[in-house]
Design a protein around this ligand. Sequence first.
Ligand SMILES: Cc1cc2nc3c(=O)[nH]c(=O)nc-3n(C[C@H](O)[C@H](O)[C@H](O)COP(=O)(O)OP(=O)(O)OC[C@H]3O[C@@H](n4cnc5c(N)ncnc54)[C@H](O)[C@@H]3O)c2cc1C
Length: 393
Amino acid sequence: MHQRKRSSGSDRERYDLLVVGAGPAGCAAGIEAARAGLRVGVLDRATFPRAKTCGDAVSNRGAALVDALVGRPDALRTVPHAEVRAGAAVFPDGSRVVRRFDDAPGFIVPRLHLDDLLRRALEAAGAELRQGVAVRRLEREGDRVAGAIADGLHLRADVVVAADGPGSVAWAALGVPYRRGIHLGVAITAYHEGVDHHGAPDTNEHYFEPDLRGGYGWIFPAVDGLSNLGVYQRADRFAAHDATLPELLQRFVERHPERLGGSRPLGRARRWALPLMSRPWPPAGPGVLTCGDAAWSIDPLSGEGIFQALHTGRLAGRAAARALAHGGLDRLAARRYQLACAASLGPTSLGRLAIQEGMDHLVAHRWYRHPWIRRAIDRGYGSEAFEVSKRVS
Ligand SMILES: Cc1cc2nc3c(=O)[nH]c(=O)nc-3n(C[C@H](O)[C@H](O)[C@H](O)COP(=O)(O)OP(=O)(O)OC[C@H]3O[C@@H](n4cnc5c(N)ncnc54)[C@H](O)[C@@H]3O)c2cc1C
């Protein structure tokens, strides 16, 4: 276990580990590090409970990580949720490829509840969460990151973990550009009431349509009568047509009167960016690691990012604890963390980027109707490689 240092200045202003962002990635990093004995400070510009623009789908492997972090089985059943027991890929002619995973269900959990559950686990683990504090920039000392400047606060730390999503303060500190094109997804989501789930209230539906190349539209099971739906597209494909995201969402709703004809939106539609794992290396360097969306870790095919945030957050928290037990987070320790992320997520994500390209052609040229191709899709979907919603671990 890491020996806690005496701080040189005020105890309140110095931490072993400072985490920027208390979403899934930041909570996972903070919980792991606090459990390893580090003095952990976490800053978030929001005040919890807070909503986050998301489809709210937590895969079964994501749910398993939530259980480990919260420290109890079936943690997601303690908050408002819907169980997801099947995923369906729906093609433009209305045909469907359905995959059931009854023995290892996924969940829909509104982020208002998921993130607050993780926030409570973070504080229970002993981390100090400071809410309503926006970090302006990371502070460097020589070649390493040594702290953060936030709303008039000057905070020092041996390691900083940036878990603050797209446009992370770590990108500026490390000179990482905001990559678009195939590296970014864009999405818009809305809650609707009165969605017709056609007697399949436990199925995540992904609609692959010519209007949404390099992405899909989704309709997810309802939680407390509200269904999360939206459209997701890779940024290069989105840039290729002149429709706005609200227009794409509107068209998607209009194309599906059988589901959405009797529904109505509750609240406004919300859009946000998805940094995709199109390169396996998360930004990192002496004194600083990134995780979650700040580490470009989202699966490009499915848009799944919660599992990746929890996973890379845990790796970052452990890497920080290990580095501090051995004198600090130097370049080599940062590289080891990058390797751990690349090895565990890189091959899958890059493979799924290729599958996404293939899916694009299948839909654009209507090849999905060809019996041989159809058989291959059925088999691929059944073997999880194609499966876009819930991967059974
Ligand atoms: C429309 C849409 C739908 C999606 N649907 C799904 C889905 O169904 N399933 C799935 O698995 N993934 C989905 N994703 C991806 C998923 O939302 C993200 O991958 C996930 O939230 C990443 O978690 P995170 O902890 O890295 O970042 P976030 O959840 O974004 O948390 C970042 C935190 O940092 C805080 N913060 C930001 N900047 C600062 C700052 N400067 N100072 C202090 N605090 C700061 C924020 O307030 C926030 O609390 C979707 C994304 C979008 C946009």
